[in-house]
Design a protein around this ligand. Structure first.
Ligand SMILES: [Zn+2]
Length: 255
């Protein structure tokens, strides 16, 4: 039931040894990995991976960094991708006002459009939020039909609470193992039935792998840290987050 709900496995960082990375994931007890497709090229590679390995599923979307690329043809493309049942979510999308790699109006437009497509197609949305808490909360509130996953959560408690009001999910990454992590309160305040685990590989490798390339097998360190904060056993934490991942991404048990 150990599931990494967010790994950029289509990233070139895994090109040399992707199969070994996957072998280590299965050996570490993972049952599924959600492969994030944050651009058309990556999403198509993610889907290809999901076609070749039944324990992988894909997402498709356009990252806020690349929001300037969003156009009418992106919409057609994304709707086409979502016809494949292996594409289980839209994203990652959202707002990043820290880097501002794309102009903010373009970020807003790409985010809103992807939320509308998610609502139409009944898929959840993987959300990237950085230094844009209030606006992300406000935009999500305008799309009440959409289920969101606040990914690699490191935002403020305001966004957490606004999300939980709408029964959104909160996914924690290796950041929870870092010395400068200050958000145990967010781990404690997220109801157990909304909690998810992720690596966000190849980035954010948890301690004791900090600074290395991250990979799905390392999600066990995130599970251990969340279990400690919640005061429950690691097995229970893995069971409950696994159920949540299956629920939100509609992962069939037969796979
Ligand atoms: Zn990501």
């Amino acid at each position: 039931m150990l599931i990494d709900t967010h790994c950029h496995l289509a990233d070139p960082a895994y090109e040399p040894d992707r199969q070994q990375v996957l072998d280590r994931a299965w050996a570490a007890g993972l049952s599924r990995v959600v492969v994030i497709g944050e651009s058309p090229t990556r999403a198509e590679s993610a889907l290809e991976l999901a076609r070749s390995e039944p324990r992988l599923v894909a997402t498709a979307g356009i990252h806020p960094h690349d929001a300037r690329d969003w156009s009418a043809s992106s919409e057609t493309w994304l709707r086409g991708m979502l016809r494949d049942p292996r594409v289980v979510a839209v994203g990652e999308t959202g707002l990043d006002f820290h880097y501002d790699h794309s102009p903010r109006p373009a970020q807003r437009q790409a985010f809103e459009s992807q939320l509308a497509i998610a609502a139409d197609t009944g898929r959840p949305v993987v959300i990237h939020a950085r230094e844009a808490d209030e606006e992300v909360a406000a935009i999500l509130a305008n799309h009440p039909a959409v289920t969101a996953i606040l990914h690699s959560f490191s935002s403020g408690m305001g966004l957490l609470r606004a999300g939980l009001v709408h029964r959104h999910y909160v996914s924690f990454s290796g950041m929870v193992t870092f010395k400068n992590w200050r958000l145990d309160e967010a781990i404690r305040e997220t109801p157990l039935d909304r909690l998810l685990l992720e690596t966000d590989g190849p980035y954010l490798a948890p301690v004791p792998h900090r600074g290395q390339r991250n990979e799905p097998a390392f999600v066990a360190h995130v599970a251990a840290r969340l279990a400690a904060v919640r005061g429950i056993s690691v097995d229970e934490l893995i069971a409950v987050t696994g159920r949540n991942a299956k629920q939100v991404f509609s992962l069939l048990t037969s796979h």
